[in-house]
Design a protein around this ligand. Sequence first.
Ligand SMILES: Cc1cc2nc3c(=O)[nH]c(=O)nc-3n(C[C@H](O)[C@H](O)[C@H](O)COP(=O)(O)O)c2cc1C
Length: 210
Amino acid sequence: MSIASLRQEYEKNVLLEGTAKASPIDQFALWFDEALAAKVPEPTAMTLATADASGRPSARIVLCKGFDAEGFVFYTNTLSRKGREIADQPWASLLFFWQPLERQVRIEGVIDHVAPEDSDAYYKSRPLGARIGAWASAQSQPVTLDTLHAKVAEIQARYGDDPPRPEHWGGYRLRPASFEFWQGRRSRLHDRLTYQRTDQGAWAMGRLSP
Ligand SMILES: Cc1cc2nc3c(=O)[nH]c(=O)nc-3n(C[C@H](O)[C@H](O)[C@H](O)COP(=O)(O)O)c2cc1C
């Protein structure tokens, strides 16, 4: 069997200008609630695409830990590859794929750091193993398993069960400049509604050809 013959019709939903929310945040919140209700696996998982200073892109999944009119928040190691790329070049893109609903959401914008108090609060809420891991893992650097396990043991011995938040670990917020909501439709005539932020801070809705 050739994988070229694998195909699926998308027909579960529609997305129309007349019923879409005027604000993309409200539209996102509606779709997010529907993803939760549909028990979409890992509904907060989003692909984060960044690029280095020369324009070379890279993408990975991170978990969305909050969203509102200000933007979309995730937590990571600020010295990781993504952290270094964001420091060089703050434009980035997020992508949610909610397969059971035949939906994708693309978001583009500029990333900045969340307030340190917010990073502290979220760090404190994490299980101890994850808090220790944030210290032990020089994320995106080469490592051996022995070194990693030794580092975990060293951090446990140093901080016990109350490690402080490492300075190199914290939250980022992508502030959206544009959204695209994609709803799969029959015969590949998908719905694609876009929202662009205007100079006045409002949102202008449009439709793209599928
Ligand atoms: C389901 C899933 C959730 C993930 N969540 C996070 C996350 O919230 N933060 C994070 O730093 N990495 C997360 N990762 C790991 C990243 O995809 C990636 O491997 C790591 O952040 C290093 O990326 P970088 O080298 O591009 O910086 C997750 C991976 C998966 C598959």
